[in-house]
Write a protein of this length. Structure first.
Length: 290
């Protein structure tokens, strides 16, 4: 299951590159991704005989998670994807645990630890090498694009810290994702229509449309699989999927997109992996409802 999670989420990275290959814009892509996930998670919730909490506090939580975990990171991710390779996107997304630790320390919800601080330094060095003057990146890539891409893991890290401290009652991650995805769809649809970025679901379909659908289904399925693994093997074991997502993201990009990488890329990749390993917490959080 751990390998399936890594392979699934990693596959979403080159699929994103394919999805933006014909000029589809972020607002339309975000709408369809969150809509498909919303349908999947809502169906799973109903199939389990549960319902979505709709009280004001729950709606507020849905809104925050929708913004930090979907609208902000997905928009940034899709906007940067046309300019960066799948391998580079894989490395950048793996920086989410590094940002999570940094935010937790700034909020006082996590304590300083030399091992994890060394991990943070390794991860930041990997990013510096990846985008340094000698890096093998496409011509014309500016630091603005790099900063845009880093908003994705920053958003995921902010969501993680919010969920860790919010009063979720008995909501559970599946119902939380269902509610947040519905809210994200309700906000992203007007944005897509107003900006002319709405993507028609009508045929004919090509590779980009198939990539959007496949990526969304994989994302929802792997999330459900992650929840199952979390309950069966514990959160510490399930968290190891973060390493595999990065590795599989690079591997899938090489296979599907024909990407090749320089020595500096592999050096950055190694530093980022070391950083994520060192930053991961050893103490497992309490189990939560689903």
């Amino acid at each position: 299951m751990l390998l399936l999670l890594g392979a699934g989420w990693g596959l979403c990275i080159p699929l994103t590159v394919i999805a933006v290959s014909t000029g589809y814009q972020p607002a339309g892509l975000v709408f369809w991704q969150v809509s498909i996930v919303a349908l999947m998670m809502t169906a799973l919730t109903l199939a389990r005989g549960k319902r979505l909490p709709l009280d004001p506090k729950s709606l507020r939580i849905y809104g925050v998670v929708a913004f930090l975990g979907a609208l902000l990171p997905d928009t940034a991710y899709y906007a940067a994807a046309p300019y960066l390779s799948g391998g580079v996107l894989s490395i950048l997304l793996s920086s989410a645990p590094l940002f999570t630790f940094l935010i937790a320390m700034s909020l006082g919800t996590d304590r300083f630890a030399l091992r994890r601080m060394m991990g943070l330094v390794c991860g930041m060095l990997g990013i510096v090498i990846l985008f340094g003057p000698q890096a093998d990146l496409p011509q014309g890539i500016s630091y603005l694009v790099i900063g845009l891409a880093l908003l994705a893991p920053l958003g995921y890290a902010s969501e993680s810290n919010y969920v860790a401290t919010a009063d979720l009652r008995d909501m559970g991650p599946i119902r939380l994702l269902a509610g947040a995805s519905i809210v994200a769809a309700l906000f992203s649809l007007p944005a897509a229509l107003a900006t002319g970025q709405f993507i028609s679901p009508l045929p004919p379909w090509g590779a980009p449309e198939a990539a959007i659908l496949t990526s969304s289904i994989i994302h929802g399925s792997t999330y459900a699989g992650y929840v199952w693994l979390n309950r069966r093997a514990g959160p510490t074991f399930a968290a190891q999927s973060a390493y595999l997502v990065t590795g599989f993201g690079v591997l899938w990009s090489m296979v599907l997109l024909g990407e090749t990488y320089s020595g500096l890329f592999w050096a950055a990749f190694a530093l980022m992996c070391v950083g994520v390993v060192l930053v991961q917490p050893r103490r497992a959080p309490k189990a939560v409802a689903v």
